[in-house]
Design a protein around this ligand. Structure first.
Ligand code: F6P
Length: 532
């Protein structure tokens, strides 16, 4: 692998001064540096990647064993080898039902039976007195369904959906206020059914329902791998939807964790979401690397983060309903690929995953794009735009949205030269030193890379494609980095310390052994806390 990384670094040095715009002197640049699957177009022509760099990136992916590991994942090998688990979220959307074996056992009959139970339950809830569904979960048991419920709001014809994640009492208090306990369904979503935030919120919701005339025994459901714990909580088995440990939390919205979305949009639309994911799986598994969207998206990520050293990337969906997508990608990418060692325990050879952040366009343009255009750090951008909106009567809004999206990627690449800036200022009557000073503030260096994903309409199928595309992108990047993308040991230490600090904060244990800063903060909070 070291040879491949060295070769790529040499290519980055050699192409360092070349403008992205100049690459378009080669006829066919846009088509050649784009790929399509179904109706989805991925354009990476506005990056510094040329044919030689692409070949070197593909060779890197080959040497890392992407093809072999991809097959190992789809066929149920225990590739999450720090936890000894297979990684089979793809089985949850394998609607064709082709066998998928884990330790010699076909998991598909169980997956399809659970899906059918979910459909029946969702239809029952949609046809009942339930007006509101509250999903209580955090991380992968919240971000995916919350994102999808908002993304697919045009298809939403079931009860209203609410999502509570934070242990901050403000979250559940604000959510429950105004809901009718007699017509609310609470779904406790937790793979482990031990997560302190979720269980604290679930107990508070249960007390609220009892106090306000609802019936928790009939109005709670659970989504979990731990059926003993759901029973202890008092949720009857017919309202428990289980899944196996080979579904990672941040990859789990395709199965029971997606129940709130299914209730909101109906089983048929949820099936379309699954079919979108399934279609991307087929493409990822079969398409040659040169035409493979997840592989190419991963390789642009590797080029920008690990080879060129850009420490963050912005996800910029030009779609108001994808406002939560950057948060969802943050967990998907940063919890998966924010690791310090390779599979064998030795340090990673290059930097691990970048910081992922972003916001829906055009709002970001009036907030942080200034830094993306003129700041001293390069931030590769990932734009998304649909050809159509869901509001035909507001088509002129959508044209403006598209124009803004395309203008940003063009501006980032093209920039504005000092001479063009001077020309503008001359036209405004500036001269001499003041002209030069004013012009410098209006220079855009340009040459800032971006990729754009485009599709006809953000419908359930397309959302399924997008989520699966990014899941596989994270997988490919993880394989190239040599890390395990499917564990998350980095979240454990904070959890352990929070548990040990709880009695200190409550005042039932001394702050002995804590560092001076932590002890000082506890002391300050004790002195300023209102008496109970
Ligand atoms: O703390 C991290 C994490 O384990 C995530 O990986 C997971 O999505 C989240 O907590 C919630 O876990 P659970 O679904 O078990 O409550």
């Amino acid at each position: 692998m070291t040879d491949h990384w060295n070769a790529l670094e040499a290519l980055a040095r050699d192409s360092g001064d070349r403008s992205i715009l100049s690459l378009f002197d080669t006829p066919g640049r846009a088509e050649d540096f784009s790929a399509q699957t179904g109706d989805m177009l991925f354009d990476y022509s506005k990056t510094g990647i040329d044919a030689g760099i692409r070949d070197a990136l593909i060779a890197l992916a080959g040497a890392a064993g992407v093809a072999e590991k991809r097959e190992a994942m789809f066929t149920g090998e225990a590739i999450n080898d720090t936890e000894g688990r297979a990684v089979l979220h793809t089985a949850l959307r394998n609607l064709c039902g082709d066998p998928v074996n884990v330790a010699g056992q076909d998991v598909m009959p169980g997956v399809l039976a659970t899906l059918e139970r979910m459909r029946r339950f969702a239809r029952g809830v949609r046809g009942s007195k339930i007006t509101d569904v509250v999903n209580i979960g955090i991380g992968g048991s919240d971000l995916g369904p919350a994102m999808a419920a908002e993304a697919l709001s045009p298809y939403h014809d079931g009860p209203r959906c609410h999502f509570v994640s934070n242990v901050d009492g403000a979250h559940i208090a604000d959510t429950l206020r105004g809901l009718d306990a007699k017509t609310t369904l609470v779904i406790v979503a937790s793979k482990t059914f031990t997560t302190i935030e979720t269980m604290t919120n679930a107990r508070t919701a249960r007390a609220w329902m009892t106090d306000h005339g609802g019936d928790p025994a009939a109005q709670f459901a659970a989504l979990s791998t731990a059926d003993d714990l759901t029973a202890d909580f008092g949720i009857p088995p017919e309202r428990v939807f289980g899944f196996e440990d080979w579904v990672g939390g941040r990859y789990s919205m395709w199965g029971p964790i997606g129940l709130s979305v299914m209730i909101a949009i109906g089983p048929d639309a949820f099936d379309a979401f699954l079919r979108g994911g399934e279609a991307m799986d087929r493409h990822f598994r079969a398409a040659p690397f040169e035409e493979n969207l997840p592989v190419l998206l991963a390789l642009t990520g590797i080029w920008h983060a690990q080879v060129c050293g850009h420490a963050s990337r912005a996800v910029l969906p030009y779609d108001q309903r994808l406002t939560k997508l950057p948060d969802y990608f943050q967990q998907l990418e940063m919890e998966s690929n924010g690791k310090r060692v390779q599979m064998d325990g030795t340090p990673v050879l290059v930097d691990s995953g970048p910081v992922v952040w972003g916001a829906a366009g055009t709002n970001g343009q009036h907030a942080f794009y200034q830094l993306i255009h003129q700041g001293t750090r390069v931030i590769p951008c990932e734009f998304m735009i649909a050809a159509n909106g869901h509001e035909p009567e507001l088509a002129h809004h959508h044209q403006l949205l598209i124009a803004n999206c395309l203008a940003q990627s063009e501006a980032l690449m093209r920039g504005r030269s000092a001479e063009e800036a001077r020309e503008k200022m001359r036209a405004k009557g500036f001269t001499g030193d003041e002209l030069e000073r004013q012009a410098q503030h209006r220079v855009f260096e340009g040459n800032r890379p971006s990729v754009t994903l485009s599709y006809p309409l953000l419908d359930p199928f397309t959302l399924g494609q997008i989520v699966a595309l990014y899941e596989h992108r994270v997988f490919v990047e993880g394989v190239i980095l040599g890390i395990n993308s499917f564990d998350q040991w980095g979240v454990e230490l904070g959890k352990e310390l929070a548990t040990s600090l709880q009695p200190v904060v409550e005042g039932t244990a001394p702050a002995d052994g804590k560092d001076g800063s932590t002890a000082q903060l506890v002391g300050f909070i004790h002195r300023h806390r209102d008496p109970a």
